[in-house]
Design a protein around this ligand. Structure first.
Ligand SMILES: *Cc1c(COP(=O)(O)O)cnc(C)c1O
Length: 501
């Protein structure tokens, strides 16, 4: 939408009707970047300026880098907009919103098999995302460990946490912000998750918890929480420690209960004391909501809870920030009751089917090795089999031309030499998009192959000339090489323009 703008001319103070926005002074003047402008501008102008600049952002639906929800039903969009002016922290004023968050906590706790009775209130809280949830869970472990060490008269100044090197960056943040040493189990080529045996070896008396990931960010693979639980139980028995487990189920928490109900990764395992999940990933809500659930009251130290009294009932809160929007909480409740178990299962199954289609298409090129497993979070992570003349980074860059945002990255230690592309399959990534992505990847491979064949030809020509019989490079041959290079680049530019159209 382009608006025409009615405004007052600042020099003459006369009302001026601009016939079109694009000829108005609002877009002719440089945009304010550093200082707040002295004068106001009409709301239509502000809208148009910002809207136009935002057109250059990527298209969220084609952002295959992210697990975070990019589509919801219009009815839910309406609920979100209707509550966009509600501050979640005003529990006294918005008791129903608070109640909806508590219902979400209960439902998610049951989904994760928390040992609670049917009508018992679960222990947990809505957060801004898994990052805040992880900070809270980490703090609870740290405080519990410190309390116990103090009771025993032992030093409590060197807490550590054991994870795989594949942890998401929020764990590193937790470690740095809250002064806990992060002990990472290194990965190796072909094994991209935390090895429970090595993890348990790294546990010592200062370990506040072992964090396992249900759905590694890098490959979508589920770590073996059951094995970890069993090995850690043994170690605890031998040593007299009671090192617990946290499960970072940011993406897998809304996958496993629907697709792999038999998989034991949650509160069915006795050492699992807390679990986080991102409501805005496969919880199917727009960005801004996560959840942390504790096994029981005993696992959340009382001194971390703040009690707010509202309407005569006690509302415990345990969050890092104070004010925040209510919309995401309401939207989460919408999804839980609108979809139900059946709906979530259906969506996750569909994601897995589209993942399989994409995986098969990528495999069929014969050029990639698939690193993601068939069971896990719906994503395809793949590396180039022959990474000689171009890399996954080139492919990622070329995919941008078609509008696709597909990240390429190297694995963490000790598998840094492995570079992968990763496509996350979300609810709104349909089969036709999967097929189109494969055909665009094939196009790019052809282009890059042609490019590298040319470069090879040119460089061998140069090499041959340089090592001529007399060792002298003739002017004529250099000119010829140049001509060939220029012809090649012209050809490339032409191809690129076709790609853009
Ligand atoms: C996304 C993710 C996080 C961070 O979650 P946010 O909800 O974005 O804060 C943490 N751990 C894992 C495994 C993740 O995939």
């Amino acid at each position: 939408m382009v608006v025409s703008v009615a405004a007052t001319d600042s020099d003459t103070a006369q009302p001026v009707q601009y016939s079109t926005f694009f000829a108005s002074r609002y877009v002719r003047d440089p945009l304010p970047r550093f200082r707040m402008p002295e004068q106001s501008i009409p709301r239509e102008a502000a809208y148009q300026i910002i809207n136009d600049e935002l057109m250059l952002d990527g298209n969220p639906r084609l952002n295959l880098a992210s697990f975070v929800t990019t589509w919801m039903e219009p009815e839910c969009d309406k609920l979100i907009m209707d509550s966009v002016n509600k501050n979640y922290v005003d529990m006294d004023e918005y008791p129903v919103t608070t109640e909806l968050q508590n219902r979400c906590v209960n439902m998610i706790a049951h989904l994760f098999n928390a040992p609670i009775k049917e009508d018992e209130t679960a222990i947990g809280v809505g957060t801004v995302g898994s990052s805040e949830a992880i900070m809270l869970a980490g703090l609870a472990f740290k405080r519990k460990w410190q309390n116990k060490r103090k009771e025993q008269g032992k030093p409590c100044d060197k807490p550590n946490i054991v994870t795989g090197a594949n942890v998401q960056v929020c764990w590193e943040k937790f470690a740095r912000y809250f002064e806990v040493e992060l002990k990472e189990v290194k990965l190796s080529e072909g094994y991209y998750v935390m090895d429970p045996v090595k993890a348990v070896e790294m546990v010592d008396e200062n370990t506040i918890c072992v964090a396992a990931i249900l759905g590694s960010t890098l490959t979508g693979e589920f770590e073996d929480v059951k094995l970890l639980n069993n090995l850690l139980t043994e170690k605890n028995k031998e040593t007299g420690w009671d090192v617990p487990i946290h499960v970072d189920a940011a993406s897998g928490g809304f996958i496993a209960p629907f697709l792999y109900p038999e998989l034991e990764w949650d509160f069915r395992l006795p050492l699992v004391k807390s679990i986080n999940v991102s409501g805005h990933k496969y919880g199917l809500v727009y960005p801004g909501v996560g959840w942390v659930i504790w096994r029981s009251k005993e696992d959340l130290p009382e001194e971390l809870i703040f009690h707010i009294n509202y309407l005569g009932t006690d509302q415990p809160t345990f969050t890092l920030n104070f004010s925040k929007g209510s919309s995401q909480i309401i939207a989460q409740y919408y999804q839980l009751i609108r979809l139900g178990f059946e709906g979530y299962k259906n969506i996750m199954q569909n994601c897995m089917e589209n993942t399989a289609i994409l995986r098969e298409g990528i495999e069929a090129t014969g050029r990639f090795e698939i690193l993601s497993k068939e069971a896990g979070v719906p994503l395809v992570a793949f590396s180039l089999k022959d990474s000689g003349r171009y890399t996954v980074f080139d492919i990622s860059e070329h995919l941008r031309r078609f509008g696709w945002i597909v990240p390429a990255y190297t694995m963490p230690a000790n598998a840094e030499h492995v570079a992968v592309l990763r496509v996350v399959i979300r609810e709104d990534f349909s089969r036709s998009l999967a097929e189109r992505l494969v055909s665009d990847i094939v196009k790019i491979l052809h282009e890059l192959d042609a490019h590298s064949a040319q470069v090879l030809k040119i460089s061998s020509a140069i090499a041959k000339q340089q090592s001529g019989d007399d060792g002298v490079v003739t002017k004529k041959s250099v000119l010829e090489t140049e001509r060939e290079i220029f012809a090649y680049w012209r050809d490339q530019v032409k191809k690129k323009q076709t790609g853009i159209c």
